[in-house]
Design a protein around this ligand. Structure first.
Ligand SMILES: [Zn+2]
Ligand SMILES: [Zn+2]
Length: 123
């Protein structure tokens, strides 16, 4: 009898381990793999990286750099972001267009969502 209880407890433990790893994998998927960025051809790589970083992470307000006391050196444009499989039924993928404003000297950046809609893309 005692042995059976131990086996049960062991199974429950394994089950808990599996479910916790699965849910962890699912959340990290959403943050990294699911988003696709579509940039204009003439955007510098450093700006692309910054936009991806900003839009994937929780954006924190940048400290004002001494270099920018008299104004930022701004670059602006638009970027499309597709979040694949954003919802369970078709059309599943969310396409958003952001207007961005980025300073090339400091961490300043600003994003305005101009439009969004669901598109037929993934099944
Ligand atoms: Zn700046
Ligand atoms: Zn898709």
């Amino acid at each position: 009898m005692k042995k059976r209880i131990i086996v049960c407890a062991f199974l429950v433990l394994i089950f808990l381990c599996i479910t916790s790893t699965v849910s962890f994998a699912a959340t990290s998927n959403i943050e990294t793999i699911n988003k696709e960025f579509i940039f204009d051809d003439n955007i510098e790589q450093i700006i692309k990286n910054k936009i991806e970083e900003d839009l994937l992470a929780e954006k924190v307000d940048a400290k004002l750099s001494i270099l920018c006391l008299f104004g930022h050196k701004k670059e602006s444009g638009t970027v499309s972001v597709i979040t694949h499989r954003a919802r369970p039924s078709a059309p599943r993928c969310l396409r958003e267009v952001f207007q961005y404003e980025i300073c090339t000297r400091c961490d300043y950046s600003k994003y305005d969502r101009m439009s969004f809609g669901y598109i037929f893309c993934c099944n």
